[in-house]
Design a protein around this ligand. Structure first.
Ligand code: NAD
Length: 349
C-alpha cells in the first residue's frame, strides 16, 4: 500500500492512495478543517485519468467546506474518489484497502456514501476505520439521509414563502416538483401535509402515477413542467436544470429544491435575480442530510430530535441569505459564498 501527497494550493491535504493487491487507485482531498474534521462522501467513477479524478475531488471537497460552513455542522470539507468502474471493479479487498487509507488520516477526513458507493461498501470500510458515517440506524448510525434532506427543503421553502409573501403559510401556495425520488417524493408529501398545492413530474411515470393515486397530487408531463405557473419550482432530480434555455420559460416566483449543482453556470443565479425569481442556493437548502449525519459525531452520538432541531435552522440560514442578498445587492448564491467565508474566517480567529 502506498500513500503519496499531492501538493495543491489552498488545500490542507490531498493524497493519492494506491494498493496493488486490490487494484485500488483513489484520491482523498481534505480542503479545510478550520471548523472541524473534513466530512464528505466517497464516490467511485471510471474517470478517464487521474487528473480528471483530481479535478472532481478538489471541486467537491471545496464545495463541502462551504456547505458545512453555512449549515453550521461543526465540520470542514473533504471528499474521496475511487478511480474505477463500480460495475466491475468493486471488491471487498478494495474497500478494506480504502478503509486503511481513510484511517491513516487519523480522523482528519470522515467518509460517507456518495455516487456509486452503497452501505454494503461502507460496512467493509468501517471494519478498518471508525471514520465512517451514514450507516444503518441499527448500527447506531444516522441511516438514510433522504427524509432529512426533504425536511430541510420544506424549511427552506417556508423561508422562501415568507420572503415572497410576508407570511410563511403553505396553504394554497403552489409548488411544482421535478423528480419525486427519495427526496422529492418525501418533500411532496410534507408539502401536502402542510397545506400546499403540489404538482409533480418525473421521467419515471409509474412513480408519478403511484404517488398521485396515493396522495392526490396533480401531475404534469416532464416536458411541460416549466410552463406551470406556481409560487415555487423545486428541482429535485438532476444538476444543471437551471440554464439559458430553461430560465426564460420559468413561471415561478422562486427556485428552491434539493438538486445538487442545479445552476449550469454561476451567472445563472444573477439571471434568476434579474428576473425577480428568488433562488435558494442548492447546497444551503439541501443540507438536511449532512446536518443529520453530523449529529452522529456529537459526543452523545446520534439523536434524531437534535438532528431535526438543527435541520430546521435551514429556515433561518436562508432568511439570513435573502437579507444579505437584498442589503448588498448581490445574488443569493454570492451571499451564501460570503456567509461561508465569514464563518470560516471567524473560525480561524
Ligand atoms: P433519486 O434518484 O432518489 O430521485 C431522483 C428522481 O428524479 C428519480 O425519481 C428520477 O426518475 C427523477 N429524474 C431523473 N432525471 C429526471 C429528469 N430529467 N426529469 C424528471 N425527473 C427526473 O435521488 P434523490 O436522492 O431524491 O436526489 C435528488 C437530487 O437531490 C439529486 O440531485 C441529489 O444529488 C440531490 N441531493 C440528495 C440528497 C439526499 O439526501 N438524497 C442530499 C443532497 C442533495
Amino acid at each position: 500500500m502506498q500513500i503519496s501527497e499531492i501538493q495543491v494550493d489552498g488545500y490542507e491535504k490531498v493524497v493519492r492512495c494506491r494498493d496493488d493487491n486490490s487494484g485500488l487507485h483513489a484520491i482523498i482531498a481534505v480542503h479545510d478543517t478550520t471548523l472541524g474534521p473534513a466530512l464528505g462522501g466517497m464516490r467511485m467513477l471510471p474517470y478517464a485519468s487521474e487528473d480528471e479524478a483530481l479535478f472532481d475531488v478538489l471541486r467537491l471537497s471545496r464545495g463541502m467546506t462551504f456547505k458545512s460552513a453555512v449549515a453550521e455542522t461543526g465540520l470542514g470539507g473533504g471528499k474521496s474518489v475511487i478511480i474505477g468502474d463500480p460495475k466491475t471493479q468493486k471488491s471487498p479487498e478494495l474497500f478494506h484497502a480504502m478503509g486503511k487509507f481513510v484511517d491513516s488520516l487519523g480522523g482528519k477526513y470522515i467518509t460517507a456514501e456518495d455516487m456509486n458507493i452503497g452501505i454494503p461498501d461502507l460496512e467493509i470500510v468501517k471494519q478498518e476505520t471508525r471514520w465512517v458515517t451514514g450507516l444503518s440506524r441499527d448500527s447506531g448510525s444516522s441511516g438514510n439521509p433522504s427524509p432529512y434532506t426533504a425536511r430541510g427543503c420544506l424549511q427552506g421553502i417556508r423561508a422562501v414563502l415568507e420572503t415572497l409573501h410576508g407570511v410563511d403559510t403553505f396553504v394554497d401556495r403552489h409548488v411544482v416538483i421535478q423528480g419525486v425520488g427519495a427526496v422529492g417524493g418525501g418533500l411532496a408529501v410534507l408539502l401536502k401535509e402542510a397545506g400546499a398545492k403540489v404538482t409533480i413530474c418525473d421521467i419515471n411515470e409509474a412513480r408519478v402515477a403511484e404517488l398521485s393515486k396515493e396522495h392526490g397530487f396533480d401531475a404534469v408531463d416532464d416536458a411541460k413542467h416549466l410552463d406551470v405557473e406556481c409560487d415555487v419550482y423545486a428541482p429535485c432530480a438532476r444538476g444543471a436544470g437551471i440554464n439559458d434555455d430553461t430560465i426564460p420559460r420559468l413561471r415561478c416566483k422562486a427556485v428552491a429544491g434539493s438538486a445538487n449543482n442545479v445552476l449550469l453556470e454561476p451567472h445563472h443565479a444573477d439571471d434568476l435575480r434579474s428576473r425577480g425569481i428568488l433562488y435558494a442556493p442548492d447546497y444551503v437548502i439541501n443540507a438536511g442530510g449532512i446536518i443529520n449525519v453530523a449529529v452522529e459525531l456529537l459526543p452523545g452520538g446520534y439523536d434524531e430530535g437534535e438532528a431535526c432541531r438543527r435541520i430546521d435552522r435551514i429556515y433561518d440560514n436562508l432568511k439570513l441569505l435573502f437579507e444579505i442578498s437584498e442589503r448588498e445587492d448581490i445574488s443569493t448564491r454570492e451571499a451564501s459564498q460570503r456567509l461561508a467565508e465569514k464563518r470560516i474566517a471567524e473560525g480561524r480567529k
